[in-house]
Design a binder for this molecule. Structure first.
Ligand SMILES: Nc1ncnc2c1ncn2[C@@H]1O[C@H](COP(=O)(O)OP(=O)(O)O)[C@@H](O)[C@H]1O
Ligand code: SF4
Ligand SMILES: [Mg+2]
Length: 323
């Protein structure tokens, strides 16, 4: 069953310098039970896209076109009550910085209790306590009973990330959006979080959107990959196909940079792709990768290439040509 359907989504931000075009046409779908990886350099619009599926955008964001359907219904049409029931219950989110989910002056137990109470007001204090412990056990936080009285600063980054996952699971969502959840963690801790997410996916039949700037990180867990660049989807398809036969030069550059650097669960920036990303305040009319693309021709600069089907979907006029 298709859970999410993002269709030609456009999101702008009003800034002092003018309109910033953060998301300029994003299409993808999330099927039940799958892990969808969204990959792209910093600033490519991954977070804005993911957060717009929950209509969780900053006040200066402007919806500029397209749609997000959840189980066939537009989330932009939801009223206040529906939206409250939707966020967290249908889609849960974990962020790169656990700080966004925790108030430093509250113990972990208090934060968890508030979240559980908001979703299940009928539970007694005792039941809420038990559920908190169960959730921490499920996410492999050691000594959960003792740790409920601890404050966020008393946990390591990896444990805090596990507690954030427990919080997101408190309302039994169908979809979990993991927005660079391991970026600030070291390599072994990252691997542990990935293993946890894979187990939770199986046990809870979760569907996961895993966002990262590190192609190596998602290549092992994602069923399908969406490659984003400058607010646009450049290529998408089953992971094995995209990795074996990348159609877009940007995807190939991302792959090469992994091979060059021997990246695995690391946080190394994509230095191997020369050049810089376009300015989102005044993007060129053509293919946004043209200034960095060894294959660019005049035609590439005339208009953004439409999606083309060639094994899988991509936006390159000269797909599959090896540089
Ligand atoms: N509140 C905001 N106001 C203005 N610009 C923003 C805001 N939030 C994000 N942006 C811009 O939107 C673009 C996409 O951001 P984002 O989705 O966070 O990128 P990613 O998650 O891929 O690193 C970037 O250029 C970023 O600077
Ligand atoms: S459309 Fe042209 S400029 Fe863009 S990635 Fe393909 S070859 Fe390069
Ligand atoms: Mg981001």
């Amino acid at each position: 069953m298709r859970l999410l359907d993002v269709r030609d989504l456009h999101i702008d931000f009003a800034t002092e310098k003018g309109l910033l075009h953060a998301v300029r046409g994003v299409d993808f779908a999330l099927e039940e039970g799958e892990v969808l990886g969204i990959v792209g350099e910093s600033g490519s619009g991954k977070s804005v896209t993911a957060h717009s599926t929950m209509r969780l955008l900053p006040p200066n964001a402007q919806y500029a076109g397209g749609d997000v359907l959840y189980r066939g219904e537009s989330v932009f049409g939801y009223g206040y009550e529906r939206l409250r029931g939707f966020r967290g219950r249908e889609i849960g989110v974990i962020f790169q910085e656990p700080g966004r989910s925790f108030d430093p002056i509250y113990s972990i137990g208090k934060t968890m209790a508030e979240t559980i109470r908001a979703h299940e007001p009928e539970l007694t204090d005792e039941e809420i306590h038990e559920k908190s412990i169960r959730l921490l056990q499920e996410t492999n936080v050691p000594f959960p009973e003792d740790r409920l009285s601890n404050f966020p600063h008393q946990f390591s980054g990896g444990l805090l990330q596990r507690i954030m996952i427990a919080l997101a699971l408190a309302s039994d969502p169908r979809v979990l959006i993991a927005d660079e959840p391991t970026t600030s963690l070291d390599v072994t801790i990252q691997a542990g979080i990935i293993d946890l997410l894979i187990r939770l996916k199986e046990e809870r039949n979760l569907s996961i959107i895993f966002i990262t700037h590190n192609l190596a990180l998602i290549s092992g867990i994602a069923d399908r990959i969406v490659v984003m660049y400058a607010g646009l989807v450049m290529e998408q398809g089953p992971t094995s196909e995209v990795l074996a036969a990348p159609r877009h030069p940007y995807t190939r550059a991302l792959l090469n940079s992994i091979l060059d650097l021997g990246q695995h669960y690391t946080d190394t920036p994509i230095t191997a792709v020369a050049g810089t990303v376009p300015d989102p305040l005044s993007p060129d009319v053509g293919c946004p990768f043209a200034p960095r693309c060894p294959l660019a021709e005049a035609a590439c600069r005339e208009a953004i290439p439409p999606f083309m089907q060639d094994g899988h979907l991509h936006r390159c006029r000269f797909p599959g040509v090896k540089e």
